[in-house]
Design a protein around this ligand. Structure first.
Ligand code: ADP
Length: 486
C-alpha cells in the first residue's frame, strides 16, 4: 500500500479482544481492498464464532469494573479518546478513504463528526439522573436509578466506518456498558485504528473489542444468541435489521435499529431555489449518495420543475469523479462493484420507463466501482427509484401539483428516517413538518446530522435515537427501588 501515515501503527490487521491484538484461531485472513484502485490495503484477521464468544466473555468481566468507575472517570477517558482521535484526524481520514472511497475532505469530516459524539457523551456520562417519586403510602419512598444495560454488541455498515461506531460506542461506554463491535468486512481498518487510540486513552481491556471477519452471519449469530449480550445496536439495511430483531427475540435483548431510508426532498413553488439546490447537493451527493439520510426522491412543484432540474444538473456536472485520495476529486467511487451494478439497474429501470438523464445516467469508465453523478427528470411512482433506497449519486425528480399530493407521495413508503422540504411559508413549515412521517426533518436545510440532535427513524427505518440528551437512554435500564418500613 502507498498509505503515508504519520503513525503507521494505526493501520492494524489483527483483531482487538480483551486488550490484546490477535490473529484468527483458524489463521484465516481477509483482504481489505481500496475501491478506487482495487489494491489490497491489508489482510485482516478473519474471526469466527469462537473468538466472538471470547470477546463477549471478556466484555462481561470488564463491564462490571467499568460500570463501577465514577461517571467522571469514564468521562475523562472518553474525553482523552476524543483528543487522540482529533490529534490523528488526518491519518484516520487517510485509512478511511483507502478502505471506503470517500474523498479525504469528507473522510476528515467524518472523523470529526464521529469524535463529536465521543466528546458529547463524555459530557453526558455525568448527567445520567434518577428520580424520587411521591409514594402512595407514608411509610414508603420510591426511587428510580439508571444503570448500564451491560454488554452491548454492535454491527455497523461500511458507509461511515468510523462514525457509525463512534455514535454507538460513545453513549455505551459513557453509561458504563462494555462494547463488542463487528465492523463491516469492507471497512474494518477504521474500527481497528479507533481501538489503538482507545487503548492509548485508557479504556480498560475488554471494555472495547473489535471482532472483524468475513462471516457476518457467524459473528452476528453469536452476538444475537449469546445470553451475556444484553443489547444489540445495529446500523444497516432493513432486511438484515429484521433478521437480527428475530434472532434477538430468543433472549429478549434490547435493540437499537438504524435501518434504511427513502428520504423525500420536497421543493415548493415558493422556495428559495438556490438554497434548495445547495441543500439537494449536500443531502443527495454526500458520500456519493451512500448515506441512510441521503435524499432518495426529489419532489418538485410543477411551476419550478424545469428551472430546478436545469440548475441542479448544472451543479452536478461540476463534480470531479476520481480516487478520493486525489486533491482534485470531489466525488469518490462507490464502495464496491456490486454497489455500482445495483445503481446501474435502478437507473436503467427508470430510463426504460420514460425518465430522462439530464446528466450522467451510466456507469463511469474510471473503473467498475464508479458511477456518474446523475439527474433524472420525468421520474414516476412506478419506477424502482420511488420505492427503493438508491445508495448512489442519482437524483430522480418527480413532479407534483398540490401540497396534499406532496405529503401523500412523501409518506408513501415503509421507511421513515429523514425528509427535507423547502418553502418560505411559515404556516406550511409547521403543517408539513408535522405531517411528515419521519424521525428527522430538514426544513430549508440539507445537513441535519450532529451529535447534539437525536438521530433515528420511525416505521421500518428503526427504533432508538443516537446523539443528543436522549441518546444515553438506549444504553441504560431503569431500576425502581421501593424503600419500605419508614
Ligand atoms: P449494507 O447494505 O449497508 O451493506 P447490510 O445490512 O447488508 O447493509 O450490512 C450492515 C452490517 O450488517 C454489516 O456489518 C454486515 O456485515 C452486517 N450483516 C449483514 N448480514 C448479516 C447477518 N445475517 N447477521 C449479522 N450481520 C449481518
Amino acid at each position: 500500500t502507498n498509505l503515508q501515515l504519520k503513525r503507521p501503527d494505526l493501520l492494524r490487521s489483527q483483531a482487538y479482544i480483551n486488550g490484546e491484538w490477535l490473529d484468527a484461531d483458524s489463521g484465516k485472513t481477509l483482504a481489505v481492498i481500496n475501491p478506487a484502485s482495487g489494491v489490497v490495503i491489508a489482510c485482516i484477521a478473519d474471526l469466527g464464532v469462537d473468538e466472538t464468544r471470547r470477546a463477549i466473555a471478556a466484555a462481561e468481566q470488564a463491564q462490571k469494573l467499568w460500570a463501577r468507575k465514577t461517571a467522571k472517570a469514564r468521562a475523562n477517558i472518553l474525553r482523552q479518546w476524543f483528543n487522540l482521535i482529533m490529534a490523528n484526524q488526518q491519518d484516520l481520514a487517510a485509512i478511511l478513504t483507502a478502505e471506503q472511497g470517500k474523498t479525504l475532505a469528507e473522510a476528515a469530516g467524518e472523523i470529526a463528526y464521529g469524535a463529536n459524539y465521543i466528546e458529547w457523551f463524555a459530557e453526558e456520562a455525568k448527567r445520567i439522573y434518577g428520580d424520587i417519586i411521591a409514594p402512595p403510602s407514608a411509610d414508603k419512598r420510591i426511587l428510580v436509578i439508571k444503570q448500564a444495560v451491560g454488554v452491548v454488541a454492535s454491527i455497523t455498515p461500511w458507509n461511515f466506518p468510523n462514525a457509525m461506531i463512534a455514535r454507538k460506542v460513545a453513549p455505551a461506554l459513557a453509561a458504563g456498558c462494555a462494547f463488542v463491535c463487528k465492523p463491516a468486512k469492507e471497512t474494518p481498518l477504521s474500527a481497528l485504528a479507533m481501538a489503538v487510540l482507545g487503548e492509548e486513552a485508557g479504556i480498560p481491556a475488554g471494555v472495547f473489542n473489535v471482532v472483524c471477519g468475513s462471516s457476518a452471519s457467524a459473528i452476528g449469530g453469536e452476538m444475537t444468541s449469546n445470553p451475556l449480550v444484553r443489547k444489540l445496536t445495529f446500523t444497516g439495511s432493513t432486511p438484515v435489521g429484521k433478521t437480527l430483531l428475530q434472532q434477538c427475540a430468543a433472549t429478549v435483548k434490547k435493540t437499537s435499529m438504524e435501518l434504511g431510508g427513502n428520504a423525500p426532498f420536497i421543493v415548493f413553488d415558493d422556495a428559495d431555489i438556490d438554497a434548495a439546490i445547495a441543500g439537494a447537493m449536500a443531502s443527495k451527493y454526500r458520500n456519493a449518495g451512500q448515506t441512510c439520510v441521503c435524499t432518495n426522491r426529489i419532489l418538485v412543484q410543477r411551476g419550478i420543475y424545469d428551472e430546478f432540474a436545469e440548475k441542479l444538473a448544472a451543479e452536478v456536472r461540476k463534480f470531479q469523479l476520481g480516487d478520493g485520495a486525489a486533491a482534485e476529486t470531489t466525488m469518490g467511487p462507490l464502495v464496491n462493484s456490486k454497489a455500482a451494478r445495483d445503481v446501474t439497474a435502478l437507473v436503467d429501470d427508470a430510463l426504460a420507463n420514460g425518465a430522462t438523464a439530464l446528466t450522467g445516467g451510466r456507469a463511469s469508465s474510471l473503473g467498475d466501482c464508479f458511477y456518474e453523478p446523475t439527474v433524472l427528470t420525468g421520474a414516476t411512482r412506478e419506477m424502482r427509484v420511488f420505492k427503493e433506497e438508491i445508495f448512489g449519486p442519482v437524483a430522480p425528480l418527480f413532479a407534483f401539483d398540490t401540497e396534499e399530493e406532496a405529503i401523500e407521495m412523501a409518506n408513501d413508503t415503509e421507511f421513515g428516517l429523514a425528509a427535507y422540504f423547502y418553502t418560505q411559508d411559515h404556516a406550511r413549515i409547521w403543517r408539513f413538518g408535522e405531517a411528515l412521517e419521519y424521525g428527522i426533518v430538514g426544513i430549508n436545510e440539507g445537513l441535519i446530522s450532529n451529535e447534539m440532535a437525536p438521530f433515528g427513524g420511525v416505521k421500518e427505518s428503526g427504533s432508538g435515537r443516537e446523539g443528543s440528551k436522549y441518546g444515553i437512554d438506549d444504553y441504560v435500564e431503569i431500576k425502581y427501588l421501593c424503600l419500605g418500613g419508614l
